[in-house]
Ligand binder design. Structure first.
Ligand SMILES: O=c1ccn([C@@H]2O[C@H](COP(=O)(O)O)[C@@H](O)[C@H]2O)c(=O)[nH]1
Length: 306
């Protein structure tokens, strides 16, 4: 799957990910009204509304982008109907040729990680048959439990040709509370980065490893160091846009070949129609507003890289 991600990035010339993180408040009234009329003002109605919202954004942007990143929390808040909307979103994006990164941030003791890995990127056996329950292409994983929490995900990746993005330095303000602590004089995130590089060594695609890392756009200096520590790992860079990341902060997350990083924006794209800059589109044309925001993001990053 890393080869498909790299191929999609080269084809679109856009190292970006659209984050499909639908809160109900982001969904325009006309979409909600239709969904509630069909399914009731219920969890089912909310799930239908977020699915229709996602579909319009995907329809309006899929030709410009290589990948999407649905954040599972936004779907889980609507219970089982929400998870069904998550699955529909994953399947639809794959039909459109997009690589799907499930932002699930899982990781547990080994036996439990096996179940997470099988459920999200692998296959589960039921009687004589095997099923791929969620079937994302990549998932995000939390390394706090160490190798035995990560190895089951790596094993499934090897079998299924899928991939991981392991949290190394997260974008949030308090990420340093633990991640920056010095261990033998070195920040913990660097040691985790070294481990990601090591895990990735025998998981190579054609050019890059399918074991990647998450490093927030809000920490460009750390991104620069981590880029060197993990030369063959793709870096998923969240926090562009709504959290303050800009193209000019991102240059050092990339390798000399212009590859190696993929930048996510969620609210910046999916709520574009609410932003002054794109207000001309109005709520009726929210998909077109998202498309304009994607075009601007691509231009901003290209300008910074060239
Ligand atoms: O360090 C991290 C890891 C993950 N995220 C996730 O990315 C998106 C960011 O959303 P925006 O609306 O573009 O701020 C969201 O799903 C987070 O859970 C992150 O922000 N930082």
């Amino acid at each position: 799957m890393i080869n498909k991600l790299v191929a999609n990035i080269k084809k679109t010339n856009a190292p970006i990910v659209v984050g499909l993180d639908p809160m109900l408040d982001y969904v325009p009234d006309q979409v909600k009204a239709k969904a509630f009329a069909e399914c009731g003002e219920t969890l089912e109605g909310a799930a239908e509304a977020i699915w229709q919202f996602n579909k319009e954004i995907v329809d309006k942007t899929y030709d410009l982008i290589p990948a999407v990143k649905p954040q599972i929390a936004m779907y889980e808040q609507f219970g089982i109907p929400g998870l069904m909307a998550f699955k529909k979103t994953v399947d639809y994006c794959k039909e459109k040729g997009l690589v799907v990164i499930g932002d699930i941030k899982r990781g547990d003791i080994g036996s439990t990680s096996v179940a997470y890995a099988v459920g999200h990127i692998g296959k589960v056996k039921v009687g004589e048959k095997s099923y791929a329950p969620f079937d994302e292409d990549f998932v995000t994983v939390n390394p706090y439990l160490g190798s035995d929490g990560i190895n089951p995900f790596i094993d499934v990746c090897k079998e299924e040709k899928k991939g991981l993005f392991i949290l190394v330095k997260t974008s949030n303000p308090s990420s340093g509370e633990f991640q920056d602590l010095l261990v033998d004089g070195r920040p913990l995130y660097e040691l985790v980065g070294e481990k990601v590089a090591q895990w990735g060594e025998d998981c190579m695609g054609d050019e890059y490893s399918y074991i990647g890392a998450v490093v927030g756009a809000t920490y460009p200096e750390m991104g620069k160091v981590l880029r060197k520590i993990m030369p063959k790992s793709y870096i998923l860079v969240p926090a562009y846009g709504a959290q303050g990341g800009r193209g000019k902060d991102l240059v050092h997350f990339f390798n000399e070949d212009g590859l190696g990083a993929i930048v996510n924006s969620s609210r910046g794209i999916i709520t574009a129609y609410k932003q002054e800059k794109y207000a001309r589109f109005g709520a009726e044309h929210f998909g077109d507003a998202s498309r304009a925001a994607v075009e601007d993001m691509i231009a901003d990053i290209s300008q910074a890289l060239n």
